[in-house]
Design a protein around this ligand. Structure first.
Ligand code: ADP
Ligand code: MG
Length: 624
């Protein structure tokens, strides 16, 4: 995301917009033509003026006054009309360009793997989707069109000046040359700051997003002032960059006003001297200065158009940085299909490491071998950070294995279309994510039939009867991310969503952690009914969840070190005993736990190494 030395030229960078602009191109070109007509008409007026002045004033012939005046009025009206047509032509098509680019960006964001979203802050994506695309649209409508129109106007105008009087015209052109030098220096100064400011604006958006998202935590910990300070610092940095840009603009603006004025002054002195000697007519002099005046706006606009174009270039770069991100996890070229899924899930020598893992460190998952037979419920147990959540993300290809393979009914999951794969395997996560939509939409998100019956059944399994007490029942719109619900309620809806998908394989990453013990038991009983026909991989947070499973797999240092029944493992496996004793064994406590506050969430399951081993043993005995 940095400005590097060997980046492509601005025109080449902007040329990448062409595929998106193409549908709007005819109107855009027509708009440019209208703009050119307006510019050329403006230049024609002084030429008529010349005839008028020379014939009426110098030769005392008044007969030309009326027709010439009418022609000038007519040209003025034509110019105004052409400008109107230009605006009308370019405005609407570009809103379509903006919309199609935005859709392309959104679609790509949906396809990009989770690993991409781990790396990219949401504010950077947000600012690209909103601010940058808006800027590109405005540039296409005004910047690009004016760049062409004004450029041509200046060239034609300069030729006219030379034609009116070669000497005066030559003086004008030579004294206007410094504009080039100023423009070049400006480009250098401005583009450095411009890119930085767009990136900083994205960072700022991320900060806002994060603090709004985490507003409860910030408030509860009294960190509001701290967040504010951080925000202020970022805003101050952005302000500094904006000031740098403003100074660069002030610099070019100053010269772009000064140089044409000074040029005119020089021309005026020479012109008057020439006229006094009778070397130019009064009409030519009037025409010359009238033409030079027409060129003032196009010349002055160079600064604005340059900065606008550089901004648009950066916006384009930022847009394509996302679009160019390869979709590494996609559909295979020749997909396989599973006609009648049985639900045998196999991990075969699976390796996985996160891209940012330090060199030399062993793989997080270092050769996982595990088979879940159809209909079997397998609990996955391991210390916090051992990679349980990572392992559960592999069957649905939220992350791609870095070695080995995951097989569903003997078919490598990479050989299935993502759509099919994710129909067969459904997931529920510990941090339940809900969308600001109705309960119904949230629960039926992955359901194929989308029927009321499916929803009711799933809600019943998840013990989510509370939805009937919501103001509009299942049609209640729950707040953004479901924040209007308690942690336990959110988890139950997320679980219902996974159940409603009626998958062949259900992967549950600790989805019951925020439930109170009684509710959890009810959910488990209901799940046992559902799971009897479904293969399930369940990350266990409490011993009671482990009890639900047919077998338990122990994840230790990147490998499955033991698989067996809970009671056997308790008896034989020391690491298992240690992990079990460190689990959040709420149900041996007396006080019920509601988990119904945002800060009353699950404990982090951190192994409590300092715990008295005898107590832990007592607990496990109770379990056994
Ligand atoms: N998106 C990620 N990017 C990089 N590292 C990660 C990511 N998610 C988890 N990790 C790291 O991988 C390890 C295992 O994490 P996780 O699978 O969540 O463990 P568990 O679910 O067993 O607690 C941890 O050390 C964690 O820091
Ligand atoms: Mg986890």
């Amino acid at each position: 995301m940095s400005v590097d030395a060997d980046r492509p030229s601005t025109p080449r960078a902007l040329r990448r917009l062409l595929p998106f602009v193409r549908p709007a191109l005819p109107r855009l070109l027509a708009g440019m033509a209208a703009g050119l007509i307006a510019g050329l008409v403006a230049l024609a007026i002084p030429q008529v003026l010349q005839v008028l002045v020379d014939s009426a004033l110098q030769q005392g012939d008044a007969s030309a006054v009326l027709p010439a005046t009418l022609v000038i009025v007519g040209l003025g009206v034509l110019e105004a009309a052409a400008i109107l047509v230009r605006r009308w032509l370019v405005l609407t098509p570009n809103t379509k360009v903006e919309a199609s680019m935005r859709n392309a960006l959104y679609e790509h964001l949906q396809e990009l793997p989770v690993a991409f979203h781990d790396r990219w802050p949401s504010g950077q994506l947000l600012s690209r989707a909103v601010h940058d695309l808006n800027l590109i649209r405005r540039w296409l409508a005004f910047g690009l069109v004016l760049l062409v129109v004004n450029g041509v106007t200046v060239v034609v105008g300069a030729a006219l000046l030379l034609a009116i009087d070669p000497l005066l015209g030559g003086v004008f052109l030579v004294s206007a040359l410094p504009i080039w030098i100023v423009a070049m220096r400006f480009e250098k100064r401005y583009s450095r700051a411009a890119r930085r400011s767009q990136d900083q604006a994205g960072d700022l958006a991320t900060a806002v997003e994060e603090s709004v998202h985490g507003i409860r935590v910030l408030k509860a910990f009294g960190r509001g002032p701290h967040a504010l300070k951080k925000f202020e610092r970022q805003a101050e940095e952005l302000r500094g960059t904006e000031m740098e840009k403003a100074r660069a603009i002030a610099f070019i603006w100053r010269w772009l006003t000064l140089i044409p004025d000074a040029t005119l002054a020089v021309c005026l002195v020479i012109g008057v001297a020439l006229a006094a000697q009778g070397q130019v007519t009064a009409g030519s002099l009037v025409a010359f200065f009238a033409t030079a005046t027409v060129l003032r706006f196009p010349l002055e606009s160079i600064g604005f158009l340059l900065s606008f174009t550089l901004d648009a270039r950066n916006a384009t770069d930022r847009f394509f940085e996302v679009i160019d991100e390869p979709v590494l996890i996609g559909d295979p070229a020749s997909p396989a299909t599973i006609e009648k899924p049985a639900g045998r899930l196999e991990f075969r020598d699976v390796h996985f490491r996160y891209p940012d893992a330090p060199d030399g460190a062993p793989d997080l998952l270092d050769g996982i071998d595990l088979v879940l037979e159809p209909g079997e419920t397998m609990a996955l147990v391991g210390l916090t950070g051992s990679g349980k959540s990572t392992l559960t993300a592999l069957p649905t290809r939220l992350y791609e294995v870095t070695g080995g393979s995951v097989l569903l009914d003997g078919v490598d999951v990479r050989d299935l279309r993502l759509g099919e794969l994710r129909r067969h395997i459904a997931m529920a996560f510990e941090d339940a994510t809900l969308f600001s939509d109705t309960v119904r939409e949230n629960v039926l998100l992955g359901s194929r039939d989308g029927s009321d019956e499916t929803m009711r059944e799933a809600l019943a399994v998840a013990q989510a009867q509370f939805v009937d007490d919501l103001p509009d029942g299942v049609d209640t719109v729950i707040g953004e991310e479901g924040l209007s619900l308690s942690g336990g309620q959110r988890q139950r809806l997320a679980l219902a969503r996974a159940v409603a998908a009626k998958p062949t394989v259900l992967v549950l990453d600790d989805p019951l952690s925020a439930l109170d013990v009684e509710t959890e038991e009810l959910v488990e009983a209901a799940l046992r009914r559902v799971l009897s026909s479904t293969t399930a991989l369940v990350v266990a947070h409490r011993p009671s969840t482990v009890m639900l499973a047919d077998r338990v797999a122990v994840l230790e240092e990147g490998r499955i070190t033991a698989v067996g029944r809970h009671s056997d493992l308790l008896a034989e496996n020391e690491h298992y005993r240690f992990v079990i004793s460190s689990l959040d064994d709420e149900d041996t406590r007396d006080e019920p736990r509601d988990g119904d506050g945002p800060l009353d969430g699950p404990e982090d399951g951190q192994p409590r190494g300092d715990e008295d081993p005898r107590i832990a043993d007592e607990r496990t005995e109770v379990r056994a």
